[in-house]
Design a protein around this ligand. Structure first.
Ligand code: PRX
Length: 707
């Protein structure tokens, strides 16, 4: 492949109120390609270009049969794709299977004694615990029996799971999958209130918790959050019948929260009645929902992305095999949390369907020091590693040379969740990967189930900072606001869309199919009556650009979502939380660049007349956000301003606030109803001396456009 040397010229930033993609010139240095080693290629799952050809557009959709055939089906599918009711696709129509059977039972014949999960507790004094596939099978069956016979759950019911990174989390998920119970895992770092709202939305009667866990050297009392979740769900009209509590140390309750009689039950006690029981996996229709994963969008309310059994499992298994290069004999460690989609697809379902050994780490990467991940890798002989740019930046900052001290050898590494700066990528490659491991930068989303853009590790050269070409069977396109294609090599950015359906795409938004259509398909659909899938491109709400070499570079969100440390945060959710405070009149949340976390939320508030601006109000904002959403949404700064910059129709110009927070040009403000406020806010935020303007990143330039 020819070296990409295409550069686009810097253009002065637009003075118009709204930048269109064609006005945004993206200027960045093209990086040199790096190639995988011969050793890696020799053992790779995907090294045959003929396999790639099978995913050419002319073979769509049947190309995806190659992924589905990696699974064991109880009944084969009749048709690969039914696209007769766009955008509600049906994959592997008529097929039946069970996700738990595919991740557990089918490995017993060959791998019964192989480690399925290796749990690494955060305290280094506690040894790692190995769960073999045989042990996993036993434990999943017992939990399934308990869920069915004690909790009264049956196929199609939803259950909300709010648990930390302990093995009981994947065990519970797999037990649900065995029975066709739709699990909804809420990230442990979300507050009890956030969990309760999600439980109510999904109609869960049962909550599953852990009493506590270790995090960053501290003990987190998690059970207390269950009581808040029950209260919130009940207030929302969804009574919770049972709370099942896993004990981090079986037999010992490590929480100060009370145990509510006839509602709270210790799983370890109840399980005694189900010892040795087996439960037949329920044969599920390929389209039966497997799980819900709530994520932030452009409105205040998080949406439940509903993923199907057959298509999802096929897609994550295929992509884990070909892009992560997982073989059963590998030791694979994804440092994400199972409470996010990365953990669902690439800790639990994909790797386990392949019979992998998956490492589960309870704590934070840099505890007790920045050498911890590399000690774990050395000890367990991890050879496939998967993490986010935020974790890489953090470890690089805290222990630049640390990886060199430890004797581990990765063959493969993944980066996911945010754009990665080329210099950070190079540290990951040279220092963490010891210039031996191949890297894939995988771009995708909660909604998409699995990877959309990434290099094929043995076939495509790597390019620091770029996700790479489209994944097999994915046909992206970049359009401008008017629907005109932004061609490869044009040097301009636009909105990345996927022209075709694929098996990993979510089925719908739980309980809100209309929102599913408007959020993801309306923007570029020209004929809502069309029954042709070609008229229904998926709108990802990410900005991207495409140089002549076909390597997509993802620039970040173009909607009201900000990406904090690789986690999606809806600015409208944070604003809604602020507005519950009686003293606050208006709130606007914007992203600011952070050298470790990528982006962090900055809150602007204006107060009701007569309310004095005090530190107490700022503290109230922080505590309210932490209570309603969780610590992950904690703002970096809170500015109390006399008024918000507004259009004549009264709309808050968040774009102007984002520009000020990032020392960027605010663009044309003469059309504002109150242009004078801009200078006042700038002085308040940046101080009296005017700071030189910076050329900020694309997502910040475009922030708030979609509103
Ligand atoms: O903006 C993109 C960014 O993360 C968003 C999706 O977040 P979430 O649904 O939480 O899923 C995260 C794990 C897949 C996207 O809209 N993003 C994800 N991967 C990348 C990325 N940005 C740049 N490069 C990536 N590799």
């Amino acid at each position: 492949m020819a070296k990409a040397r295409q550069k686009s010229k810097a253009k002065p930033s637009s003075t118009k109120n709204k930048l269109t993609e064609s006005q945004i010139a993206v200027h960045w240095k093209e990086e040199e390609y790096l190639r995988p080693s011969k050793k890696f290629i020799a053992q790779a799952n995907l090294a045959d270009p003929a396999f790639v050809k099978k995913f050419d557009e002319k073979h769509f959709p049947e190309c995806f049969d190659l992924y589905a055939s990696l699974l064991d089906w109880d009944k084969p599918w009749r048709k690969t794709l039914d696209s007769s009711n766009p955008p509600f696709w049906k994959w592997f129509v008529g097929g039946k299977l069970n996700a738990c059977y595919n991740c557990v039972d089918r490995h017993l014949a060959k791998y019964k004694n192989k480690a399925a999960l290796i749990f690494v507790p955060e305290p280094e004094s506690e040894p790692a615990a190995v769960i073999t596939y045989q042990e996993l099978y036993k434990r999943v069956n017992e939990v399934a029996a308990m869920l069915r016979d004690f909790a009264g759950l049956k196929t199609g019911d939803r259950v909300t799971i709010h648990m930390p990174m302990i093995p009981e989390l994947p065990i519970t998920m797999l037990a649900c999958a065995r029975l066709g119970i739709v699990h909804s895992v809420v990230f442990g770092g979300f507050s009890g209130e956030a969990c309760g709202l999600r439980a109510a939305d999904s109609g869960s009667r049962v909550l599953i918790y852990a009493d506590g866990y270790h995090r960053n050297g501290k003990w987190v009392d998690h059970k207390a959050s269950a009581d808040i979740a029950v209260h919130t769900a009940t207030k929302e009209g969804q009574p919770i019948e049972k709370v099942l509590i896993w004990q981090r140390y079986p037999g010992r309750f490590t929480s100060d929260a009370p145990v509510v009689a006839n509602r709270d039950f210790f799983v370890n006690d109840v399980l005694k009645n189900y010892r040795g029981q087996t439960v037949e996996p329920v044969s599920q229709d390929a389209e039966a929902p497997l799980f819900l994963m709530y994520t932030s969008g452009t409105t205040g309310k998080p949406k439940g992305c509903q993923h199907r059994t057959g298509g999802y499992l096929a897609y994550v298994t295929g992509t884990a095999k070909y892009y992560q290069d997982i073989h059963p004999e590998d030791v694979y460690w994804c440092m994400a949390d199972i409470g996010w989609i990365t953990g669902h697809s690439y800790i639990v379902y994909g790797p386990m369907a392949l019979g992998a050994t998956s490492v589960l780490y309870e704590g934070v990467p840099q505890y007790p020091d920045a050498g911890r991940p590399w000690r774990i890798a050395e000890r367990l002989d991890v050879n496939i590693f998967h993490t986010s740019p935020t974790a890489i930046r953090m470890l690089r900052k805290a222990g630049f040379h640390e990886p060199k001290i430890y004797n581990y050898h990765f063959k493969h590494m993944t980066t996911v969740g945010e754009p990665i700066e080329p210099e950070v990528w190079k540290w990951y490659y040279e220092v963490v990967g010891k210039s031996q491991a191949v890297i894939v930068d995988t771009w995708w989303q909660t909604e998409t189930g699995g990877f959309l853009c990434t290099t094929k590790p043995a076939l495509d050269p790597m390019k620091p900072g770029s996700a790479g070409p489209a994944a097999l069977g994915i046909y992206p396109v970049i359009w401008d606001e008017e629907g005109k294609e932004v061609k490869a090599g044009s040097g301009h950015a636009g909105n990345i869309c996927i022209r075709n359906p694929w098996p990993g795409i979510m089925q719908t938004i739980w309980g809100d199919p209309q929102r599913f259509v408007t959020q993801y398909y309306k923007k570029y659909n020209k004929n809502p009556k069309s029954k042709n899938w070609r008229d229904w491109p998926y709108y990802a709400a990410d900005g991207a650009m495409l140089p002549a070499d076909g390597y997509y570079r993802i620039l970040g969100r173009v909607d009201d979502v900000i990406n904090v440390a690789g986690h999606r945060l809806g600015t409208k959710e944070v604003e809604s939380a602020c507005l519950t405070i009686g003293e606050i009149a208006e709130a606007a949340v914007v992203p600011a660049v952070d050298e470790v976390k990528g982006r962090v939320p900055v809150v602007y508030i204006s107060l009701k007349p007569g309310v004095p601006s005090t530190k107490a109000i700022q503290d109230k904002v922080i505590s309210t956000i932490e209570t309603m959403i969780g610590k992950i949404a904690r703002p970096k700064t809170i500015h109390i301003v006399p008024d918000m910059p507004k259009t004549r129709s009264g709309k808050i110009m968040r774009r102007v606030l984002a520009a000020i927070s990032n020392h960027m040009d605010t663009g044309d403000i003469t059309t504002l109803a109150n242009p004078d406020i801009v200078e006042q806010i700038r002085e308040l935020v940046q101080g009296r001396n005017a700071t030189p303007l910076k050329e900020g990143p694309e997502d910040i330039k475009r922030f708030g456009e979609e509103a």
